[in-house]
Design a protein around this ligand. Structure first.
Ligand code: P1T
Length: 382
């Protein structure tokens, strides 16, 4: 099946007892057994639930993997990956990450003896230079949140696997979605999603996902999902599956609108820098063009007036772009990373990353692009 068919049919069959075309929401915690241990494949919903299975099979299909897993949040999915490691293991991660991922790495897992090295993943050499005998995981976010940096997934996987084929490479594919890039096909071992964003697509749920292509790794992840218990609920699984059915159509419009907004901002006299991988001025435009089908709906930019007051005035003035955390829904959102999504990063680190008061992040929705541009223009000109 091609991608646009997989979003709708991947891993899906009509429900067995009734033929229901859409998977029913199996609101049950437990399942009848005819004799101890004799059942129809489900025992207890932490271990498995048919609505969650329908979603997990679809996730595996759209990411070209063999096994999908749905978690209570994106962070719960990342937490699961880190639980595969042991004290003393080293992780190489990017230097621009979602603030909650950075917080989990530095404030939760450091104290359990995991060690994190943050490098600029623009250069594959930075990664190969950071690999030691204790390196067990490379964590890639591309495009990064919020600076839209691009890492070359295929090149990184090839260098890492050349040094030591047992080092796992995981890619947070939240910003791109499998519509734009499929990391498992490019050599990664694990794909992670905040399903809360584009996969769900309607800002009505919080969920995470992992997809893998290796049976042993799948068994380990399933064990952790079951043993630690941070599972996605049946209702959320239903909503996510419904969202994914239109992922390809929504992404087309997100990309069109994202490109129009990036071009508009790049030519606006009040705007300094614009960060969008589809602009030729983006330092990784060539990698983005090679790796991604299109460039997505996330656009970050800096105002020329770099004061906090100017940024806040803009953030308080948009009418269609709603000031809110999160991204990837049908509606346009605007975010101030320094005080919102990335506030948990210590100021010194944050400034070093480039997340200053003047940085504004847009999640460009699928509304009429003329309305979006007019909204931005009027807020910029106030
Ligand atoms: O919020 P949650 O579903 O737990 O997912 C965490 C997460 C992981 N990875 C990336 C790239 C993310 O952007 C996120 C969540 N991000 C936001 C809430 C935000 O506004 O950036």
């Amino acid at each position: 099946m091609k991608f646009n068919t997989k979003t709708i049919h991947g891993g899906q069959n009509p429900e067995e007892t009734t033929g229901a075309v859409m998977p029913p929401v199996f609101m049950t915690s437990t399942y009848a057994q005819s004799s101890p241990g004799v059942h129809k494949g489900y025992e207890y919903s932490r271990g498995g639930n048919p609505t969650r299975t329908a979603l997990e099979d679809n996730l595996a299909a759209i990411e070209n993997g063999t096994h999908g897993f749905a978690f209570a949040s994106g962070l719960a999915a990342i937490d699961c990956v880190l639980r595969t490691l042991n004290p003393g293991d080293e992780i190489i991660a990017g230097d621009d990450l979602y603030g909650g991922t950075y917080r989990m790495f530095t404030r939760l897992f450091k104290k359990y003896g995991l060690e994190f090295t943050h490098v600029d993943m623009n250069s594959v050499d930075n990664i190969s230079n950071a690999i030691t005998e204790r390196t067990k995981l490379v964590w890639i976010e591309t495009p990064t949140n919020p600076l839209m940096k691009i890492a070359d997934i295929e090149a990184i996987c090839s260098v890492v696997k050349d040094v030591n084929s047992s080092i796992l490479v995981a890619v947070d594919n939240t910003f791109a979605t499998p519509y734009l890039q499929q990391p498992l096909t490019l050599g990664a071992d694990i794909v992670m999603h905040s399903v809360t964003k584009y996969l769900g697509g309607h800002s009505d749920l919080v969920m995470g996902a992992l997809v893998v292509k290796d049976k042993e790794l799948a068994e380990e992840i399933h064990f952790i999902q079951f043993a630690a218990g941070a599972i996605a609920s049946p209702m959320d699984s239903f909503l996510a599956l419904r969202g994914i059915k239109t992922l390809h159509i929504r992404m087309q419009r997100h990309c069109e609108n994202g490109r129009a907004v990036a071009n508009f901002l790049e030519n606006h006299p009040k705007v300094g820098a614009v960060y969008y991988p589809g602009l030729e001025s983006h330092p990784n435009y060539d990698i983005a063009k090679k790796q991604m089908k299109d460039f997505g709906g996330m656009v970050s930019f800096r105002l020329k007036d770099e004061s906090k007051e100017a940024a806040f005035k803009f953030l308080e003035s948009t009418q269609i772009f709603t000031l809110a955390e999160s991204l990837g829904g049908v509606e346009s959102l605007v975010n101030h990373s320094a005080t919102m999504t990335h506030a948990s990063i210590p100021e010194k680190e944050r400034l070093k990353m480039g997340i200053t008061d003047a940085l504004i992040r847009l999640s460009v929705g699928i509304e009429d692009v003329d309305d979006l541009l007019a909204d931005l223009d009027s807020a910029l000109n106030l």
